[in-house]
Ligand binder design. Structure first.
Ligand code: CO
Length: 152
């Protein structure tokens, strides 16, 4: 377990779609997830995606309620028509915040840390975190949503 260094934009690893994980229980995936949890806790982030720590794989960690969990190969299967706006930041895009309209409710599918396929509903902030982190696995950053720049 270790805290990994965060890759900052611009960097091609952040703008390139990640590879799907073929063996979710591989030791390298387990280690990556453990390190991502350590890192998101240390940096007080709401979530983290593997490309942000230099690993080009479809793995995200969500740190919504203080107990981080991973989703491997996340897919947004359904999203509501209703959207709301949240000002988002990103550990990979320091000092940049942008208001992004995203669906309020989603259904996400993926594989958990035990290697089991699952599907879950999410709404409000948790739904936004899932979407933000899944965006990372598709090579999309918050800076792709707008040019508005608010410096701290
Ligand atoms: Co981010």
């Amino acid at each position: 377990m270790a805290i990994r260094q965060i890759i900052h934009a611009p960097n091609t690893i952040l703008s390139t779609p990640s590879e799907s994980v073929t063996n979710p229980l591989d030791a390298s995936v387990t280690r990556l997830i453990a390190d991502m949890k350590d890192t998101v806790i240390a940096l007080n982030g709401l979530g983290l995606a593997a490309p942000q720590v230099g690993a080009p794989f479809r793995v995200i960690v969500i740190n919504h309620n203080g107990k981080p969990f991973a989703v491997i190969n996340p897919i947004i299967k359904w999203s509501s028509e209703g959207t709301s706006i949240l000002e988002e930041g990103c550990l990979s895009v320091p000092n940049y915040f942008v208001k992004i309209a995203r669906p309020n409710k989603i259904i996400i599918s993926g594989i958990n840390e035990k290697g089991e396929a699952f599907e879950t509903k999410a709404k409000d902030l948790l739904a936004k975190i899932f979407q933000h982190e899944t965006d990372h696995t598709n090579g999309i950053l918050i800076s792709d949503y707008g040019e508005k720049r608010i410096l701290l």
